[in-house]
Design a protein. Structure first.
Lengths: 401, 280
């Protein structure tokens, strides 16, 4: 599918002579040398990105890595030094002022780290700011602002002033202000970074809820990998103005491009990233009908490395687990289901962090099912322990350097 | 004396003044006509209202905008002015202050906006403001009297020049101090340059601009008293008469009138800047 935002060879050099800085980058000099020689600061260097419609794309990096510059290049709050940004195939970098204003007011909205609300306006007028700028009439823009406030759960506070609200509520106003213009793209610059951890999680959930109702393309800037993992469909990691890795949270954790990327894992709960389907056994598990005999079941299990088989119904939905040692209690012609253990299966997207609790209560390996209840695989205890151990060492290993 | 360096700055200024007198007379007449009209309109309007009604309005304003205590102060203070038989000079002074302030704001605020938008404008206007503020105020009286003669109009002109700097400076400062993310928010939602100014920068700079307006009014009041030396009239005239006759009592009465007017104007204009908090 055609990406909604396409960034190609994008550069931003700040300072007295950006073009000279650009030449030195092409000569292969690094950021620090260029600054020493010319006083130019490389903000973003050779950035190439394809952002798909409807995804939450997180740009991560330490402060000074160029992530905030990058997001401002997308709506040209900062003029790029070289390269192109295309939104739906239209080149933003070549747009006239009029086209640019149209793009900003109709297609792209932005949410800021410091909320950037207008203290002299009520909450509803703050939420209506984008519409006011676009010239929408007072009654109509207030109605749309009220709808947006309703979406973020702030309808009751419409007549308050921003300084009467808590930080989390203020940022919900910021979110409502962005939603009120009904943009297809939302740029969120460290939008939740100024909030308390608890409120931050709540805001992340709210954003995900909003995405479920109406999928927008979200470019989310963050320095927090936990946040990136929670909300990001894909993550781009920036270092010194360059994008060093782009991938799904899992891809980045399983295969970090360099030590810098790995350093973000420190203290991060990776068990939230992996799911039951990532660690389950799905091959070599005999799948039996409800009327399979004990003899046949024993025979089938004997041909695989494991000690279990599962019984499913006619639709392939999971029913119960059969263990080889229990089959010995039956004569060969009895149905195997007589000694089967009925356990509650888990969804395939259950987080690794939640599995140990289930494993402790289950007398047999944990069955994993898809959304329709069809059998997908088993999580055995050795598999689970191994996965937990691996994620622990992944988190700890960066403590060594 | 021989060998002593003497740069004839005074001569140059005089030459410039002569040139202006010879060549720019229509412009000077226009300014004089406009300021005279403005001052006379304010004065005519304020004197047309019965004194008791105006007192009532000022007391009501003080009570409502500032506090009930200040309302009581206003009753006593204005009663004192009426009792000292200084109502007419007080109104004359007030009209001059209002006219001069109106012109100073009309010129000063756009200049402040221009300074905020361009570093070059700021760099060139700043020394002019420094000059306007540090020059002893009496000096303005001389060219004002030469260009416009004696009376209310030259007094108003000198007052405008003297009281303009604060509102220019604080408009510039207020706009420049607006948070970067708030500017970006305006731009990100599609503001053009004019909208950025009217919807984001000016409203957010308003507390600072209001402080500038308050300062400008205070300076105008102090200059109006000095301007009575070239016949601007009002309370300054009362003070001046006191000085000429060595009449301590009369001088003090005039001075007290100025103080009362200053306190009322200061507190009432300050309260306008706090409007939102007060109205909640």
């Amino acid at each position: 599918m055609e990406p909604i935002i396409r960034v190609r060879e994008l550069y931003k050099v700040f300072g007295p002579n950006p073009q000279e800085g650009l030449r030195l980058i092409e000569d292969g000099l690094d950021k620090d040398t260029i600054f020493e020689r010319t006083g130019n600061t490389v903000g973003v260097k050779d950035c190439n990105l394809d952002i798909a419609e409807g995804e939450i794309f997180v740009v991560m990096g330490l402060s000074g890595s160029g992530k905030s510059t990058l997001v401002r290049l997308l709506n040209r709050l900062i003029e790029p030094t070289a390269g192109t940004v295309e939104v739906r195939g239209r080149n933003v970098t070549q747009m006239s002022q009029r086209e640019l204003i149209r793009l900003r007011s109709e297609d792209m909205a932005m949410v800021f780290q410091s909320f950037a609300l207008m203290p002299h306006k009520t909450v509803i007028d703050n939420a209506a700011l984008g519409l006011e700028i676009a010239g929408v009439g007072r009654a109509r823009r207030r109605q749309r602002a009220l709808e947006a406030l309703d979406q973020v759960g702030l309808k009751a506070h419409a007549r308050s002033y921003p300084d009467e609200l808590s930080g989390g509520m203020q940022q919900r106003v910021g979110l409502a202000r962005a939603l009120a213009t009904d943009p297809s793209i939302m740029l969120m610059d460290e939008a939740f970074s100024a909030l308390d951890p608890l409120i931050r999680t709540e805001m992340q959930d709210r954003l995900l809820d909003l995405q479920r109702e109406h999928r927008r393309t979200v470019v989310f800037i963050s320095h927090d990998l936990d946040e990136a993992i929670r909300i990001g469909d894909r993550i781009a990691i920036m270092q010194g103005g360059e994008v060093v890795q782009v991938g799904t949270p899992k891809e980045i954790i399983v295969d970090p491009a360099n030590e810098y990327v790995r350093s973000f894992f420190h203290g991060v709960d990776i068990t939230q990233v992996f799911q039951a389907c990532d660690i389950m056994d799905s091959e070599n598990i005999p799948v039996l009908d409800a009327d399979t005999t004990a003899g046949e079941a024993r025979n089938r299990i004997a041909h695989v490395p494991g000690n279990e088989a599962v019984i499913v119904d006619a639709g392939g939905r999971f029913r119960s687990v059969v263990q080889a040692k229990r089959l010995g209690e039956l004569t060969v012609d009895r149905p195997a289901s007589e000694v089967a253990v009925e356990v509650e299966p888990v969804a395939e997207d259950m987080a690794l962090a939640d599995l140990p609790g289930r494993a402790a209560k289950s007398p047999v390996p944990i069955p994993v099912v898809d959304a329709d209840g069809r059998f997908r695989g088993l999580v055995t205890l050795p598999r689970l322990v191994e996965a937990l151990d691996r994620s622990r060492t992944a988190a700890v290993s960066n403590g060594d350097h | 004396m021989e060998g002593r360096i003497n740069i004839p700055v005074g001569d140059w200024i005089e030459a410039a003044v002569d040139w202006i007198l010879d060549n720019l007379e229509p412009a000077l007449d226009g300014i004089a006509w406009f300021l005279g009209l403005l001052t006379n309109s304010f004065e005519g309007a304020l004197l047309a209202i019965p004194a008791w009604l105006l007192v009532l309005a000022l007391v009501g304003l003080s009570w409502w905008r500032v506090s009930w205590r200040f309302g009581i102060f206003a009753i006593v203070a204005l009663g004192l002015i009426l009792g000292m038989d200084l109502w007419e000079p007080t109104i004359k002074t007030l009209s001059l202050v209002l006219a001069a302030t109106a012109v100073a704001l009309a010129v000063g605020m756009p200049v402040g906006v221009a300074m905020a938008r361009s570093d070059w404008v700021e760099a060139s206007v700043r020394p002019v403001l420094d000059l306007m503020q540090t020059m002893p105020p009496f000096v303005y009286l001389i060219p004002a009297a030469i260009f416009f003669g004696l009376g209310t109009v030259p007094g108003a002109i000198a007052t405008v020049v003297f009281c303009m700097p604060p509102v220019v400076r604080l408009t510039n400062l207020g706009i420049r101090q607006v948070n970067r993310e708030q500017i970006e928010a305006g731009l990100a939602f599609g503001c053009n340059r004019r909208q950025l100014l009217t919807k984001i920068q000016l409203p957010l700079a308003m507390p600072s601009i209001m402080a500038g307006i308050n300062q400008t009014i205070m300076l105008a009041l102090s200059m109006v008293v000095i301007a009575s030396m070239i016949g601007a009239g009002g309370l300054g005239n009362t003070v001046l008469t006191g000085i000429q006759r060595l009449d301590v009592g009369l001088g003090f009465e005039g001075g007290l009138g100025v103080v009362i007017l200053a306190i009322l104007l200061d507190r009432i204009t300050q309260s306008v800047g706090l409007r939102r908090k007060a109205s909640r």
